[in-house]
Design a protein around this ligand. Structure first.
Ligand code: NAD
Ligand code: DAU
Length: 350
């Protein structure tokens, strides 16, 4: 018997596809509905292995489309929503902020309305989970960490739109008693990552012998988390997190961009049988990202002590697994780096 019907938005994207796979395989008694607009970042190839699972359904649609959401919520009468659909790339938000407001702010509010409407008479066992980012906290100096108490200080149109959507989620909890939970996670990496983001872009460019663009002085720092660990954290928070609470998720794995790029060069040289140091020759320092946040680092004590979650794999192992995945999945890469990606790449790096 179906125990719960869950809506996962953005399930054809990078993180969403790992969350969908985890839930479909781990909870055969749940019905998982994946709602995705299949923008440039959404790709059903990410879910080939689960597309015929009896507890899985895909619905193509846009979270900004109110009549569509109304029909969808009436059709499935969801018990829970795990909301990942978003415009997610900072550089794109700098050239086109409005689409981030549309999807990330307006889309989230429309989803909140749909959930509020469906659950207005019975909120027992219901849950709206907002998947957010550490970027809402702004930028750190050399020291310190983001905790759940850190004041929001978003500095890019992307992080401003995610911050606004988080505020709406909390406002619906306080104003309408909507049962919500939130998480703010650091940079993810792993299979199926769209190659506009640093790690897959570097791996792909090494493969193609193209320059490796490093913004500014390359000393910007990110805390990298294996994407499957993010999916398992989302599972823990969705099932065991306290209603109304926020949980920070991080990899405890800080890298300066230049050190990370050099590490990827060395791993790729080894995997491709190139002489040591060959790929490092491709590193090219380019114009900085406007408003570039210097450092992100997460204090993930709360999720560890309350829910017992911790990252499972070491950085070196995760980066190697990722590089191997891209080398073994050339067809996937070829499909995603066609038309739209080429246009974006030429505009961004010309
Ligand atoms: P992604 O860009 O790979 O995927 C986003 C997905 O959302 C795509 O499948 C896209 O088709 C879909 N989508 C976009 N607009 C939509 C719309 N209007 N209606 C329906 N679907 C739509 O993003 P990602 O990196 O997987 O990130 C997923 C979520 O996790 C986002 O909310 C992001 O803010 C958050 N997050 C990402 C990271 C990271 O490192 N990538 C870290 C922390 C939090
Ligand atoms: O921290 C979580 C966030 O991580 C998520 O919320 C975002 O959705 C996700 O895109 C990511 O944002 P970043 O801006 O940190 O990721 P990105 O891969 O774009 O860049 C990582 C770092 O590398 C950043 O300091 C910018 C730098 N960079 C990026 C690109 C694409 C370069 O030096 N060169 C590049 O070509």
């Amino acid at each position: 018997m179906t125990k719960s019907t869950l809506l996962i938005t953005g399930g054809a994207g990078f993180i969403g596809s790992h969350v969908v796979r985890l839930f479909v395989n781990k909870y055969p008694e749940y019905r998982i509905v994946n709602l995705d607009a299949l923008t440039y970042a959404g790709n059903l190839e990410n879910l080939r292995d689960v597309e015929y699972a009896p507890n899985y359904t895909f619905e193509k649609g846009d979270i900004t489309d109110t009549p569509f959401l109304q029909t969808l919520f009436e059709k499935y009468r969801f018990d829970g929503v795990i909301h990942l659909a978003a415009e997610s790339h900072v550089d794109r938000s700098i050239s086109n902020p409005e689409s981030f407001v549309e999807t990330n702010v307006l889309g989230t509010v429309k989803l909140l309305n749909a959930a509020r409407n469906l659950w207005k008479n019975d909120r027992e066992g219901k849950r709206f989970y907002q998947v957010s980012t550490d970027e809402v906290y702004g930028s750190l100096g050399e020291e310190g960490y983001f905790t759940e108490e850190t004041r929001y200080d978003p500095r890019s149109p992307y992080s401003a739109s995610k911050a606004a959507s988080d505020h709406f989620v909390r406002a619906y909890f306080h104003t309408y008693n909507l049962p919500v939970v939130l998480s703010n996670c650091s940079n993810n990496y792993g299979p199926n990552h769209f190659p506009e983001k640093l790690i897959p872009l570097i791996i792909n460019n090494i493969r193609e012998g193209k320059p490796l663009p490093v913004y500014g002085d390359g000393k910007y720092t990110r805390d990298w988390l294996w994407v499957k660990d993010h999916a398992s954290a989302i599972d823990a928070i969705f099932h065991k997190g306290r209603t109304g609470e926020t949980y920070n998720i991080g990899g405890n794995n800080e890298w300066k961009n230049i050190d990370l790029v050099e590490k990827l060069c060395d791993i790729m040289d080894e995997l491709l049988g190139k002489p040591p140091g060959a790929s490092r020759q491709l590193i090219t320092f380019v114009k900085d990202r406007p408003g570039h946040d210097r450092r992100y680092a997460i204090d993930a004590t709360k999720i560890k002590t309350e829910l017992g979650w911790e990252p499972s794999i070491r950085a070196e192992e995760g980066f190697r697994e990722t590089a191997k995945w891209y080398l073994e999945n050339e067809a996937w890469l070829q499909h995603v780096v066609s038309g739209e990606y080429q246009r974006f790449y030429e505009q961004q790096y010309r």
